[in-house]
Design a protein around this ligand. Structure first.
Ligand SMILES: Nc1ncnc2c1ncn2[C@@H]1O[C@H](COP(=O)(O)OP(=O)(O)O)[C@@H](O)[C@H]1O
Ligand SMILES: [Mg+2]
Length: 298
């Protein structure tokens, strides 16, 4: 019997076209593809998770690639499915990289340079003042599960800290996660890795007046030649997190004169049609590597 793979890919920004291309290439290899398996529509009973009429546990693999729409319910089912069939990314690594603290923590344990960080219980808010001084008066508050630069707060003096504390106290967060503010030129590298191999290198620069490089915060794409240092750093960070597909964000610390891994993304976007027109042309290579990866795993 031929192998069957279920997928759920983002459809905006050219994702629909990527989905078609991946599907065609898998079918060339006699792998049947069921697209659109949005776990939002799934339910579980009698030892099975059913999505759009298909039993998830009977698939040979589930490929989940939809960053914007992942809800707690979907993550919950993703985990349950991953206990029975292979998923890409594997759930464990994906869940890890959804959390900024846990990711930074494990990268550090493995000797990878990341921003200095601290995690505190919410009651230890006075500690934030000490650490602000220790870090030269500058830090970044980050929600551990955020994306797109949303919710990040740059704290550059004690007054700014005094202002944010009452706000934080009103929320129901259990802890504070803060990082040292890295002195960089407001641009970054995004290194794409699939199946332990380098796929692409590009970058982003922050929009006018912003310090965050996220496109959704006004940043824009820049072309960036890879160098051995950033590529090896990205390969190592990917390996430590255990992701099969990763986009590693790296910035250059001007003060310490070293590269720093900021983030490891489990669903790095393909180039959009507009970006492809600009000359960002890694989609073919990435599609081929993903098709190869899926073929290996089923
Ligand atoms: N410690 C830091 N020092 C300096 N800039 C940072 C730091 N952390 C994040 N940034 C900036 O903010 C952006 C968003 O932060 P990031 O941790 O990647 O969260 P998100 O998941 O929202 O993208 C980064 O791309 C970078 O431009
Ligand atoms: Mg980021």
């Amino acid at each position: 019997m031929s192998k069957r793979v279920g997928t759920w890919l983002y459809q905006n920004g050219g994702g629909d076209v990527i989905e078609k291309r991946i599907t065609a290439k898998l079918e060339e290899r006699e792998i049947r593809v069921l697209n659109g398996l949005n776990l939002r529509n799934a339910f579980a009973k009698k030892g099975r998770i059913v999505c759009n009429g298909h039993i998830m546990e009977e698939l040979d693999l589930f490929f989940s690639y939809n960053a914007g729409q992942q809800t707690q319910y979907q993550m919950y089912l993703y985990e349950a499915i991953s206990r029975v069939i292979p998923t890409i990314n594997n759930y464990q690594a994906f869940a890890l990289t959804e959390d900024k603290f846990k990711t930074n923590h494990i990268l550090r344990q493995n000797g990878i340079v990341t921003p200095d960080y601290k995690l505190y219980h919410r009651d230890d808010v006075t500690e934030l003042k000490k650490i602000l001084n220790l870090w030269g008066g500058k830090m970044v508050y980050k929600p551990t599960d955020g994306w797109g630069g949303v919710g990040l707060v740059k704290i550059e003096n004690e007054q700014a800290l005094e202002m944010i504390i009452p706000f934080l106290n009103q929320t129901d967060i259990r802890y504070f996660y803060v990082e040292r503010l890295i002195d960089y030129d407001n641009s970054d590298w995004r290194i794409d890795i699939v199946n332990g191999k380098f796929i692409a290198s590009y970058g982003r620069k922050a929009g006018n007046g912003d310090w965050r490089t996220n496109i959704s915060s006004g940043g824009s794409i820049i072309f960036r030649e890879p160098n051995d240092e950033v590529v090896n750093l990205a390969l190592k960070a990917t390996q430590v997190t255990g992701l099969e597909i990763a986009g590693v964000d790296i910035i250059y610390d001007r003060e310490k004169e070293e590269y720093v891994v900021l983030e490891v993304n489990g669903i790095p976007a393909f180039a959009t049609p507009e970006q492809e027109k600009m000359g960002l042309n890694f989609n073919d290579k990435k599609i081929d590597a993903i098709v190869e990866l899926i073929s290996e795993k089923v």
